[in-house]
Design a protein around this ligand. Sequence first.
Ligand SMILES: [Zn+2]
Length: 185
Amino acid sequence: MPFLTSRDQHSSELPVTDLTVDTTERVTLNIGGKRFVTSKFSLLNIPTTKLGKLSKSDPSYDPKNDEYFFDRNPKIVQCILDLHRTGDLHLPGNVCSTGVKAELEFWNVPEDYIAECCWKTYSLQNQDLKIAAIIDQQMGQNESQETNPSKPSIREKLWLTMEQPSHSFNAKVGTVISLEYFVRA
Ligand SMILES: [Zn+2]
């Protein structure tokens, strides 16, 4: 049975079960030189992902070695394989959210499969990146206009926000809001 969670709005994409598929079949994946062995049964637990849809007609299939080769990050693939086995996606602690996001997109794994325990770190990292991108953009637009020495510069605000522990997430949001105001004014 495919894993269908309450947050899974992808169930409508599930294909009609193909009775000709041998679910006991072993599947070997060569991910950037590291081999993983799983079963077709596990992969079909989530048939909407790239791994769930794998077939021998896929360009990644190497008939000589009877394996699928992908030049991707094996750490993330390990986690994605566990998702197919257990229904929970836990992320490795040593890969940044940008790397994780790119891999999840490649494997066609929606972010909402990420388990609660890993979601907080992942989403906070993404939020920080978005805020940093906005600040970078504003700095580029306004750096030339910073002429008043008594007013903290955008660079100083950024420094306070990122470096001082007392400047919490709320402070970061405040900085972004003030930057938006600064631009619109
Ligand atoms: Zn976790």
